[in-house]
Design a protein around this ligand. Structure first.
Ligand code: COS
Length: 390
């Protein structure tokens, strides 16, 4: 039976996340955006109330929430501010490859630390010359005895300046293309250098940095999954995190839609509130449809994961549609506000700037179309390693 109604537990979770967003995030969101301020106080509180590390399994001390629960939380927190949610949620992206490929001891060590304290972890895949083309990466990991030595630079790393742990993808067999990449869990030490904090268009409350690994030594037990199987691990991670990005995009779009509805009922032109004009009503109607369908697509791609099914196609549908919709809805919200929409005293221009990254990170909208086209035209059976538990 197909049933989109939430359980009482899920409704409570949504209420908890919404109250947190309304009380702790919304009131400071525009100020954090203006000054590009790191939201440490919010991170500490979110950790305290259990809104971080939600996918970490109960056996390692985590809350053990499922992917649909994650989407519900991510939409609400992004409704508050998606820059803050990106800071809160990046541990989910970094912990996915650990839960998929780490040994029992490594999973426990990593998860227990994140649960005990508001520590942060970053996912280091992208490089200056290897964005969409993951296998073009140049970072090298060379085995020396019971260690690997990593050299290279990663860019656009969320929480990079503050992370205690990094999941780093590196070439272990440079001649083998995507079959020569491995993933490692790396603790911050003085060989891990933060080169640059980016000054961004949107999501200015999140930290995005370039990180260089300079002769960084990693214990071989921190190899995640098998050597040279890191590309597949990265793809499996993105299948698991793209539903959450779609939910975040839904949260941004919903915020813009609500602002536009309220404003259209207040703003009077030609003697009536502009909501009385059909030109505005049709924009509001399209915005409502896009928010609704984005949420359904995000939930559908998450539920498949919760059922233990592969969701590559559905997560790309959801990420692509919700990201593009967030861009369209926020742009239309600015339009509903007219000239005021373009001014920073009004709330919607921030949302339009924030929405842009949804079409870029965790795979651009073009990469999602590539995946959708391949899954549609040439569907292939992908064997996932037996270690897959997350
Ligand atoms: N799950 C498991 N395995 C997968 C997979 C998935 N979703 N998608 C691909 N694979 C496997 C393939 O089966 C293939 O395996 P074999 O080595 O056994 O042949 C291998 O991975 C390579 O796949 P493919 O040929 O499709 O790789 P491409 O180099 O063409 O890259 C894209 C595919 C473009 C889809 C991929 O590189 C990608 O997603 N890029 C975007 C990266 C991204 O999102 N970056 C954002 C930074 S993270 S915040």
């Amino acid at each position: 039976m197909v049933d989109f109604s939430l359980t009482d537990e899920q409704k409570n979770l949504r209420e908890l996340a919404h109250d947190f967003a309304a009380r702790e995030i919304r009131p400071v969101a525009w100020e954090l955006d203006r000054d590009s301020t790191w939201p440490q106080a919010i991170i500490d509180k979110a950790h305290e109330v259990g809104l971080m590390n939600t996918h970490l399994p109960e056996q390692y001390g985590g809350p053990g929430l499922d992917y649909l629960d994650g989407c519900i939380i991510e939409e609400e927190l992004s409704w508050g501010c998606s820059g803050v949610q990106t800071s809160l949620g990046a541990n989910g992206l970094a912990s996915a490859p650990v839960m998929l490929g780490g040994s029992e001891d490594v999973k426990r060590e990593f998860a227990e630390e994140l649960v005990a304290e508001p520590k942060l972890a970053s996912f280091c895949l992208t490089e200056p010359d290897a964005g969409s083309d993951v296998s073009g990466m140049r970072t090298r990991a060379v085995r020396k005895g019971d260690k690997y030595v990593i050299n290279g630079s990663k860019c656009f790393i969320t929480n990079g300046s503050y992370a205690d742990w990094f999941v780093v993808y590196a070439k272990t067999d440079p001649e083998a293309g995507h079959r020569g990449i491995s993933a490692f869990l790396v603790r911050r030490d003085d060989t891990v250098i933060v080169d640059k904090k980016e000054d961004k268009l949107g999501q200015r409350a999140s930290n995005t940095a370039t990180i260089t690994f300079n002769e960084t030594e990693v214990d071989a037990r921190y190899l995640l999954g098998e050597e040279n199987k890191g590309f597949k691990l990265a793809m499996m991670v993105l299948d698991r995190t793209r539903p959450g990005v779609a939910a975040m995009a839904t949260g941004i779009a919903r915020a813009a839609f609500e602002f536009a509805c309220d404003y259209s009922k207040e703003r009077v032109q030609f003697g009536v509130p502009i909501a009385m004009h059909q030109a505005i009503q049709f924009m509001i109607a399209d915005m409502a449809t896009k928010v609704h369908l984005s949420r359904l697509a995000a939930w559908n791609s998450a539920v498949l994961l919760d059922q233990g099914k592969r969701n590559t196609l559905e997560s790309s549908h959801a990420k692509r549609f919700a990201a593009d919709s967030a861009m369209e809805v926020t742009t239309d919200a600015v339009q509903v506000y007219g000239g005021y929409g373009f001014i920073k005293d009004y709330p919607v221009e921030k949302l339009m700037r924030d929405a842009k990254i949804m079409q870029l990170y965790e795979g651009t909208s073009q990469i999602q179309r590539l995946v959708i086209a391949r899954e549609t035209l040439l569907p292939r059976r992908i064997e996932e390693p037996a270690t897959a538990t997350a």
